[in-house]
Design a protein around this ligand. Sequence first.
Ligand code: AQP
Length: 339
Amino acid sequence: MGTENKVRERVFSGAQPTGNMHLGNYLGAFRNWVKLQDSFECIYCVVDLHAITVFQDPKELVDQTREAAAAFLAAGIDPKESILFNQSQVPQHSELAWIFACVARMGWLNRMTQFKDKAGKNREKASVGLYAYPTLMAADILLYKASRVPVGEDQKQHLELTQDIARKFNNDFGVDYFPNVEPVITGNATRVMSLRDGTKKMSKSDPSDFSRINLTDDREAIARKIKKAKTDSEPLPDNPQALKNRPEALNLISIYSSLADVSLDEVCGRFAGLGFSPFKEALTELAIDRLGPVTEEMVRLKQDPGYVDSILRDGAARASEIAERTMAEVMEIVGLLRP
Ligand code: AQP
């Protein structure tokens, strides 16, 4: 069914083209996005303007943008069903972000933990864009008046800020214009952790390639990384509660549970009392089985940039129709003259 026939709630989500898409993006985001296509009008965006809040090599950024779009497609996003585009092709994202920068309060942004994590001790040297990132994210979502946003656990705070911005905008201007936005956080792997350190999020920007499984990794690479994944010396427990102080074990068991679509209890039941070696073998087999079709499609799409570009161009044209309408209405509400 085409998007024009759906009178359903709208879903928006995005991912930054900042490097290799990984298992965390797949389990925490893409796989859930695919499921939502049947029930909602979905808009999925490669958020390249977010990516440049940290310096990106221009030549690499172009390739990374195509690669991110390829990851969406390989995971099962259907570009006929959903709108798939890259953010910078629709300039209204930046326009609305400015208006939201004037609505959001400094105190709200000062509380954002992702900025503190990413800026680290070098806060004075971080870009203004990195600080204002959540106002652009609010614009991405509200430009399409999306009411559901599927994300990993890490984005929850930014979504709360989006809700605050929508409420304040409606309040300040005495309108009931932007909808309430609900985060959709599902699955057993809402926060996939690094394979080298179970207390750190699996991330594209981690300098160690062994910390993550990339969606471009072949079977050998997947097997090597799981084999080398950090564990502890205890056998696997018979219940998930016993994993409380064992972050690496919890991470691997959560990954298994998510890939196999079974509960943590069931995974513990299957492997209770065994060492990590047989568990890792089973996890490797499962990961290769589930990720194989995705990684093969990624490789195929990487060889066809013209096709990926045409999908992004078409998606941007469809997104622009909605974005132009919203922006015209917002400018009228705010009192910005357009003779
Ligand atoms: N480790 C993760 N576990 C579960 N979900 C995750 N997501 C990202 N990492 C994990 C979810 O994937 C979507 C796209 O995220 P993103 O790539 O735009 O931003 P990010 O969260 O900043 O990802 P990275 O890998 O950590 O990128 P860098 O290193 O560039 O900052 C989001 O829904 C996110 O929740």
